[in-house]
Design a protein. Sequence first.
Length: 274
Amino acid sequence: MSANQSPPTTTADDDTETDHDHRDDAAPSTDAVVELTDVDFGYTSTPVVEDISLRIDAGEYVAVVGPNGSGKSTLMKLMLGLLRPDAGSASIFGEPSHRFDDGSRIGYVAQHASASKEMPITVREVVKMGRFPHVGFGRLGNEDWAIVHDALETVGMSAFADRRVTQLSGGQRQRAFIARALASEADLLVLDEPTVGVDVESVEAFYDLLDSLNGAGITVLLIEHDLGAVTEHADRVVCLNREIYFDGPTDEFVESDALARAFGTAANFLGGDA
Ligand code: ADP
């Protein structure tokens, strides 16, 4: 696959937080894929996430974990600019998230259950959609089709290219959506509990695929309730329950008490089936 390596456009005009101007830790922001600084957000006057500062660099594999209702999806929407912080700032690829408009750089994979079961189109057509940001609604050229072909190969779905999405298993469908992201040359994959409802063998293969894509340089941001998968695959864990309880390497997370504190229980979430 060929991740889009074009440099982030830095249109730092009006309300851009020129945060690197007043950063004294000299950390260059150029590699930051996502950066949240002191973010608060609530749908009502009650805060749902609070005091969130978080930076994800290119090439990382980050999992966001936390109990139901802890703000994981909200945090993701803030990162992607689908919601705007009440306080603080959110940027993606160096631009304020709410103004970022190069959707082709972000591949989003939702829960399989939420994919439309009515979609009467084939896998190839789904993957072809990944080229639309590049060609408009014009015709795909040979190079575009080659990219579609490669994306299908990469996710192991070439044999299913002409099958309708409605006729796929959950795991196959998720692979098709990953292929669409690859075809769009996304360099960030955002996945919201992608393996809910996917059978066990397919789950493992799915995570192996994510590992290899991350190995090829794609940044992976995963919201996941399956802590076994998280600890096995992610390099970094962000444990959330309104605030960040832990943010660091997966090994340290496993040894920390963050999980018990965030979940309000010492229940054995790790290695369990739940
Ligand atoms: P998680 O993804 O960790 O389950 P969410 O971010 O979905 O958590 O939700 C965090 C809190 O925000 C929950 O209390 C939820 O009920 C509330 N919430 C989520 N979406 C909305 C919305 N669109 N309007 C109002 N409240 C919402």
